[in-house]
Design a protein around this ligand. Structure first.
Ligand code: ABU
Length: 496
């Protein structure tokens, strides 16, 4: 009975062992129940409530913070309710986000990391995790195609921050004086990215610099000759191009920019090539699909998020920098309360001085543990399965008259984009009026879907395409029956 037990009764209070055990056993039961439900197709993905309803408190679940301590029994109820009103992103019918699934070894790793509760800034407090980070970074760099002598990097809090690191390092590489004299000492720099990156926030936020949006083909891939002419045009305006962001796997269409052709342009103009492979990097694990990133080995930096296609629990994002030493030179501040130069061990492992954050969460252990449990081959099969699911969905959509594909060609990544055509819109001639009505279909279906909680998929407009659904596969638990269910559910919700 934990109704009269409080947090003060747990360890480190003397004699608190058995209550601590009891508390955690109860917590594990709650987590196991959640894990089982996440894997049951008949369970709801979400029990949706509007913000005001959750704020008002539901069935005793209150977000208010008390002045007096509450008993552990209530704390466990709070844990259960928090999961109850959340979203089961590990459910096989959750298609809403690029990161989904619930890898149990990864979860075990996450739990261990939280138990260790340490900081990645110095070797003295994270000896094992820092060596694991080194092993992972080297492995990822060799998969990218860099040689033994090349490669540096760190794990960062998300793809946007990884991209920001690449920009800072690239700018420092060209203009090291930025560190001592600031941006005023630099010419007017310009960087380039595909117009489709507008659906990927990172470069937007990371770049308070003139940004060249490079035209893409209809499929969302950057056109390398347009990149070349944008660079020439920027130079003619007195700007100094220095950085190109190519995307391997855009957020919405899953498009791969032509990396080899873009690398040629960068070589010609002597620019830094960054490849944002946050979403597409996972394909490097698959022999069948890795060719889609051909040319990535020529990048000066790469963002790769194992928390997306590889299914590592959030968050787990790496920035890989080809030239060694730059990260440290660019970011180090030598704070002597952490990074003393006269320590008795190899201080190159005090990686906190490579970062702008200083303190870092341990994001590496779960990935290291998953890699041990699956091997590189296991990740390859997992990625193949996600892309097979995408192909299966594509084929189902091709056969149905109540859906329309955004692209008639086979998906390159696990993104499949499509419209649902309700009976009233079928057979109508294309035009602004049809488009206006079609634009309203996806949000209406999504609203009903959230209320019912049976499945979840995202939608958005892009360019001249009015609101369409984007289905993405990154959860290895998803089977063909879930894909069939998704289509039937959209049709059911859309036709009444
Ligand atoms: N980092 C952007 C992810 C967006 C998405 O999950 O759809």
């Amino acid at each position: 009975d934990l109704s009269r037990v409080y947090s003060k009764d747990l360890l480190p209070t003397a004699g608190g062992e058995s209550l601590t055990c009891k508390f955690f056993q109860e917590l594990v039961n709650i987590l196991m129940d959640y894990i089982f439900k996440s894997n049951e197709r008949s369970s709801k993905i979400l029990d949706f409530h509007h913000p005001h309803q959750l704020k008002e408190g539901l069935e005793g679940f209150s977000l208010d913070l008390p002045d007096h301590p509450e008993p552990l029994e209530q704390i466990l109820v709070d844990c259960r309710d928090t999961l109850k009103y959340g979203v089961k992103t590990g459910h096989p019918r959750f298609f809403n986000q690029l990161s989904s699934g619930l890898d149990l070894v990864g979860l075990a790793g996450q739990w261990l990391t939280s138990t260790a509760n340490t900081n990645m800034f110095t070797y003295e407090v994270s000896p094992v995790f820092l060596l694991m980070e080194e092993v992972l970074l080297k492995k990822m760099q060799s998969i990218v195609g860099w040689c033994e002598e090349e490669g540096d990097g760190i794990f960062c809090p998300g793809g946007a921050v990884s991209n920001l690191y690449s920009l800072l390092v690239a700018r420092y590489d060209f203009y090291p004086e930025v560190k001592t004299k600031g941006m005023c000492a630099l010419p007017r720099l310009a960087l380039f990215t595909s117009e489709h990156v507008s659906s990927r926030l990172p470069i937007h936020h990371a770049a308070p610099l003139p940004l060249g949006w490079v035209l893409c083909c209809f499929r969302g891939k950057m056109i390398s000759r347009e990149l070349d002419s944008s660079i020439v045009e920027a130079k003619a305006k007195g700007l100094v191009p220095f950085y190109v962001n190519a995307t391997a796997g855009t957020t919405v269409y899953g498009a791969f920019d032509p990396l080899t052709a873009i690398a040629d342009v960068c070589d010609r103009h002597k620019l830094w090539l960054h490849v944002d492979a946050a979403w597409g990097g996972g394909l490097l694990m698959s022999r069948r699909h890795q060719g889609k990133l051909q040319g990535i080995e020529r990048a000066s930096s790469v963002t790769w998020n194992p928390h997306k296609l590889m299914g590592a629990p959030l968050q787990c994002s790496a920035i890989l920098i080809k030239k060694r030493g730059l990260l440290q030179e660019c970011n180090q501040l030598c704070a002597e309360y952490l990074f003393q130069s006269d320590k008795h061990y190899d201080i190159s492992y005090d990686t906190g001085d490579k970062t702008i954050q200083c303190g870092r969460h341990v994001d590496v252990f779960k990935l290291w543990l998953m890699w041990k449990a699956k091997g590189s081959e296991g990740f390859g099969s997992q990625v193949n399965k996600c892309l097979e699911n995408a192909e299966y969905l594509f084929k189902q959509l091709q056969r149905r008259a109540d859906f329309k594909l955004v692209f008639e060609s086979k998906p390159e990544h696990s993104n499949v984009c499509f419209w649902y055509l309700p009976p009233s819109l079928r057979g109508l001639p294309p035009g602004p009026d049809t488009n206006r009505r079609l634009h309203e279909v996806a949000p209406q279906i999504k609203a009903k879907m959230m209320e019912e909680g049976t499945t979840l998929i995202g939608y958005q407009p892009l360019g001249s395409n009015v609101n369409f659904f984007r289905c993405v596969f990154s959860n290895p638990a998803t089977q063909h029956e879930d894909v069939d269910f998704l289509l039937e559910e959209i049709a059911r919700l859309g036709s009444n």
